[in-house]
Design a protein around this ligand. Structure first.
Ligand code: ADP
Ligand code: GLC
Length: 494
C-alpha cells in the first residue's frame, strides 16, 4: 500500500466492540487488547477502532477537529473521531463518537435485553472501518474484525475491491453462539442493496445473519482454540453454521488465546493484599481468608472454596447449576461441606435465582455485578474455579485460575479441553467434566472435595503444575502473522 514501512511489518486495523480498559463484557475485551499490544511489541503498526460508549470519558482523548462522515446508502451519520492509546503501549485507539448510537449505558444492551438498534449501531462502525484509512492517510494492510458486530467488514471490503486495492480481511469468531440474526426486511440498514443480498452471504434460513456473511467473505477466518475450530464444523457445536464453516475449512484456523501476565499474575496483582509465587503458594491461604472476610463467609481453611466469575448465560452452564429443584449448585451446597462464591451479571432470571439461593445458604455468596478487582481476588482466594460450560470457544478464566494455583473444574469442550489436563495419579492440572449436566458437575465437585480433604499433597502438586503452565500471547501472535500473510496473498488473487 501507499506508505513505506518496515519489511514484513503490517498495518493492522482491529475493529471491535470491546477492549480493556475501555469497555468489557467478557474475554473478547481482554483478548483484543492483549493481541494488539503483543503485535505492537513485535513491531507492527496496529490500531483499534471501537465505539465511544457513554462510559469512555472524552476529556482524556484527542478529538479530531473535523467531523467524520459515514455514508450508508442514503443515510449520512455525522460522527467524530477521538484518539487515545492502549495502556503501556503505542497502540492507537480510534473511538467513533455518535451520541444517538453509542451515548448510552451498556455495550450490547441492558438487563439481559439487546438494544433494538444494534444492527444500525454496528453497521455504522463497520462502514467507518472501511473509510477511516483514507481519512487518516493510513491505509491498513489488514482489517481484523471480531465477532458478528463487525462481521460485515469483509463483505464491504470485497465490494470496494473492484478496481482498487483494499485491505485484506480477517474475521475472528470468539463465540459462534451470537450471530447477529435480523429480519430480511432490515437489509437496507446494512447499506447493501437488494441486488446484493444473495452474493453477500447474509441470507441464512430466511434471516440476515451477519456472522455468516463474515465467514463467507473474509480472506481468513480464525477462532480462539484449535479444538473449537474443529467443533464448530460439526452439527453439535455449529449453531447451524457448521456446513458454512466446513465449506471454508481451508481458510479457518484455531489459535489459542493467551494471557496478559502483566495483569493476571499473583506475583504482581495489585488487587491482592498478599502476593504469592509457586514457591510461596501457601500464602494463597491469606487471599482465601481475605476473600472470606470481604464477603462475610466463615473464615476457615477447612472448607474448600469454589469460585465462579462469569457472564450469567446458558453457555456457562447456569441452567445446569440452577435447574429448579435440582440445580447442581443447590445439591452440592446441601450435601457437601464447601463454600461457593459467584460473581456475575447477565440473565435477570439467573441473577434472581442466585440472590434467592444466597439469601438462604450461608455458604453461598452471590455478587451480582461487574467488578474487575473482585474477579482477581476470587481467582486468588478460591481453591477451585468452576466453569461447567456447555461450550467454550477458548475461556480465559481457567487460564487465569491455572496461574493463580486455583484448580479449574471445567467441561471437556472447546478451549477448556485444550488447556486443562484431567488429574490422574501421574499428573494433571484440573478436573474435567464429560458434559455440562447437573450429575457431572456434582461428581466433579465431589472429586474436588475428596481431594481437598484426603490428599493435600496432591492438591499442592496440581497447583504447582498449573502455575507452571504458560499461555503467552507471543506464540499466538506468531500464528496470527501466518494468518495475515495468507489473507494478504488471497486478497491479491481476488
Ligand atoms: P467469556 O468471554 O465467554 O465471558 P472468558 O473466560 O473468555 O469468557 O472471559 C471472561 C472474562 O470476563 C474474564 O476476564 C472474567 O474475569 C471477566 N468477567 C466475567 N464476568 C465478570 C464480572 N461479573 N465481573 C468481573 N469480571 C468478569
Ligand atoms: C468469547 C468466548 C470465550 C473466549 C473469549 C475471548 O466470549 O465465550 O470462550 O475466551 O471470547 O476470545
Amino acid at each position: 500500500m501507499a506508505q513505506s514501512r518496515k519489511k514484513n511489518h503490517y498495518r493492522i486495523l482491529m475493529v471491535t466492540t470491546e477492549a480493556v480498559p475501555f469497555a468489557k463484557s467478557g474475554g473478547l475485551a481482554d483478548a483484543v487488547t492483549a493481541l494488539a499490544q503483543e503485535l505492537d511489541r513485535a513491531g507492527h503498526d496496529v490500531r483499534l477502532l471501537m465505539p465511544r460508549y457513554y462510559g469512555i470519558r472524552r476529556d482524556q482523548l484527542f478529538r479530531f477537529p473535523s467531523p467524520f462522515r459515514v455514508q450508508i446508502a442514503e443515510e449520512r451519520y455525522e460522527t467524530a473521531i477521538y484518539e487515545g492509546r492502549l495502556p503501556d503501549s503505542e497502540v492507537v485507539v480510534y473511538f467513533l463518537d455518535h451520541e444517538e448510537l453509542y451515548g448510552r449505558d451498556g455495550i450490547y444492551g441492558v438487563e439481559g435485553e439487546a438494544f433494538d438498534d444494534n444492527l444500525r449501531r454496528f453497521t455504522v462502525l463497520s462502514h467507518a472501518a472501511l473509510t477511516l484509512g483514507s481519512r487518516l492517510g493510513w491505509e491498513p494492510d489488514i482489517i481484523h474484525s471480531h465477532d458478528w458486530p463487525t462481521a460485515l467488514v469483509p463483505m464491504l471490503a470485497r465490494r470496494k475491491r473492484i478496481g482498487a486495492a483494499q485491505p485484506a480481511t480477517v474475521l475472528t469468531i470468539h463465540n459462534l453462539g451470537y450471530q447477529g440474526n435480523y429480519p430480511v426486511g432490515m437489509l437496507p440498514e446494512t447499506g447493501l442493496s437488494w441486488n446484493e443480498l444473495s452474493e453477500s452471504g447474509l441470507l441464512h434460513h430466511d434471516e440476515l445473519n451477519m456472522l455468516k456473511a463474515g465467514i463467507l467473505n473474509a480472506d481468513m477466518v480464525t477462532t480462539v482454540s484449535p479444538n473449537y475450530a474443529a467443533e464448530i464444523q460439526t452439527p453439535l457445536h455449529g449453531f447451524s453454521l457448521d456446513r458454512v464453516l466446513a465449506s471454508r475449512s481451508d481458510r479457518l484456523v484455531g489459535i489459542l488465546n493467551g494471557v496478559d501476565y502483566s495483569l493476571w499474575n499473583p506475583e504482581l496483582d495489585h488487587h491482592l493484599d498478599v502476593n504469592y509465587t509457586a514457591e510461596t503458594v501457601t500464602l494463597k491461604e491469606r487471599s482465601k481468608s481475605a476473600l472470606q472476610t470481604e464477603l462475610g463467609l466463615e473464615v476457615s481453611n477447612t472448607l474448600p472454596l469454589i469460585g465462579i466469575v462469569s457472564r450469567l448465560v446458558p453457555q456457562k452452564g447456569f441452567e445446569e447449576l440452577l435447574a429448579p429443584g435440582y440445580g447442581a449448585l443447590l445439591v452440592a451446597l446441601a450435601e457437601m461441606s464447601i463454600q461457593v462464591v459467584v460473581l456475575g451479571t447477565g440473565d435477570p432470571d439467573y441473577e434472581y435465582q442466585l440472590r434467592r439461593l444466597a439469601d438462604r445458604l450461608p455458604n453461598l455468596k452471590a455478587i451480582i455485578g461487574f467488578d474487575d478487582g473482585l474477579a482477581h481476588r476470587i481467582e486468588a482466594g478460591a481453591d477451585f474455579f468452576l466453569m461447567p460450560s456447555r461450550y467454550e470457544p477458548c475461556g480465559l478464566n481457567q487460564l487465569y485460575s491455572l496461574r493463580y494455583g486455583t484448580i479449574p473444574i471445567v467441561t471437556r469442550t472447546g478451549g477448556l479441553a485444550d488447556t486443562v489436563q484431567d488429574i490422574t495419579p501421574e499428573g494433571g492440572t484440573g478436573i474435567l467434566l464429560d458434559h455440562a449436566c447437573p450429575n457431572e458437575i456434582i461428581k466433579g465437585i465431589l472429586r474436588a472435595v475428596t481431594m481437598w480433604t484426603e490428599s493435600p499433597n496432591q492438591i499442592a502438586a496440581v497447583r504447582r503444575a498449573g502455575m507452571k503452565e504458560r499461555y503467552a500471547w507471543e506464540s499466538a501472535v506468531g500464528h496470527y502473522l501466518e494468518v495475515y500473510a495468507k489473507a494478504i496473498s488471497y486478497r491479491v488473487s481476488v
